[in-house]
Design a protein around this ligand. Structure first.
Ligand code: PMP
Length: 394
């Protein structure tokens, strides 16, 4: 079923209670609205189906454990990975922190200028030597520069698969080949890619993949780290507690194998069920259909903004679902405030990418980002709001 093709935009939007009232939500890159199917799954998990997982001897707990592990399978399957290689985390941020802290061979890490703070600060905190790969003129990670910069001292390359500011899509396969050529591993920050592209970690050739449920139409408070089994097996736990152990004595403790080794404490049970429901939802619509839909909207918006002659567009033409721009003489915050009066929600700010703002030479950008429910009416409302802002600011 291709719901985008078969449903009218209004029908599709009606599946998302958060969009009621004709709100033009263009901040899906920050967090996606939730379809009723995901909300229903979490309500059932918190209500009639609720029990703990993994420890209960009663049937309800056994059923919940099966549902929890089924959710892991659905999420893993969405990125072409086996369930035992998928660790539930609090989000992409925690997933990257986990690798930065627990990866045994801490050396130099190659990041890029466009990274989100959550793919910069964890490496700094964990004591890695950080190198920064520059961007091409149109805002892609410059892989020719990466090739020239990489050395045998690099044990990790960590790049955004899709930039949350520019929408640039990384040539992940080439990045993996470059990393592997010097003996490094490739971690991809897939936060913006998982909701927009069909992901197959085996085809990408990466070694770790981090993402968050809430950007994939699922709940907040949960995300995932995928890692190759031999790499996860070589990583020590980074938090201790229940559920991550094999045997505990005061003389010493042995640990469970991955993924449980990295999931100390009672997990986010309800959120995991919702994450699984979100994976089901996007799979039913089809990532190819979502990608084609968002790509068409990006092209339409970029064309309309370029025609104005008072807008600077950032990022490459071929960007995934995200358009960053500046309206001449208007601070993005002022634009965002006026658009809000028009029922249009965009993001204005540094988007947790301050080094990228410095590179672009701006304190902030305005960002419109699309989801599977976005449509031409949202673009038209944005353009009307920009026109009104122009009249106000002259
Ligand atoms: N990386 C990218 C590219 C992002 O867009 C975000 C969220 N804005 C993150 C990482 C962090 O995700 P979370 O806050 O869900 O952990």
């Amino acid at each position: 079923m291709n719901a985008i093709a078969t449903l009218t935009p209004a029908d599709l939007k009606a599946q998302f209670p958060g969009l009621a009232g004709g709100w033009h939500y263009l901040d899906t890159a920050a967090t996606a609205q939730k379809p009723q199917a995901v909300i229903d799954a979490t309500v059932r998990a918190m209500g009639a189906d609720y029990a703990t997982v993994h420890r209960g001897v009663y049937a309800r707990s056994a059923d919940m454990t099966l549902a929890f592990e089924a959710a892991r399978e659905k999420v893993a399957d969405l990125i072409g990975a086996p369930a035992q290689e998928l660790v539930f985390t609090r989000g992409a941020t925690e997933a990257i922190n986990l690798v930065a802290h627990s990866y045994p061979n801490k050396g130099r890490v190659l990041l890029s200028t466009l990274e989100h703070h959550s793919n910069i600060v964890p490496w700094q905190l964990a004591g890695w030597q950080v190198d920064v790969c520059p961007l091409t003129a149109d805002g892609q990670i410059d892989l020719d520069a990466a090739e020239a910069m990489l050395t045998r001292e690099h044990t990790m390359v960590a790049f955004a698969h899709v930039s949350n500011v520019l929408g640039s899509v990384l040539d992940a396969r080439r990045a993996a080949d470059l990393a592997h050529a010097v003996g490094a591993k490739l971690l991809l920050d897939g936060c913006q890619a998982v909701p927009r592209l069909g992901i197959d970690v085996a085809a990408l050739g990466c070694d770790f993949y981090a993402f968050s449920a809430h950007k994939l139409y699922g709940p907040t408070g949960i995300g995932a780290l995928w890692g190759r089994s031999e790499l996860l097996a070589a990583m020590p736990p980074w938090q201790g507690g229940g559920a991550m152990i094999d045997r505990v004595t005061f003389a010493g403790t042995t640990y469970a194998p991955p993924p449980q080794r990295f999931e100390a404490g009672t997990p986010a049970i309800i959120e995991a069920i919702g994450f699984g429901a979100a994976a089901d939802y996007v799979r039913a619509i089809g990532l190819d259909a979502i990608h084609a839909h968002e790509t068409a909207l990006v092209a339409e918006l970029r064309t309309a903004l370029r025609a104005r002659n008072d807008v600077t567009l950032f990022g490459p033409e071929e960007s995934a679902g995200i358009v960053s721009f500046a309206l001449d003489g208007v601070h993005p915050h002022d634009l965002g405030t006026i658009l809000d009066e028009e029922g249009v929600a965009i993001r204005a700010g540094h988007h947790c990418a301050q080094p990228l703002m410095e590179h672009l030479g701006v304190p902030a950008t305005a960002r419109a980002s699309f989801g599977l429910y976005s449509d031409q009416a949202d673009i038209a409302a944005l353009l009307r709001g920009i026109e009104r802002t122009r009249r106000i600011f002259g």
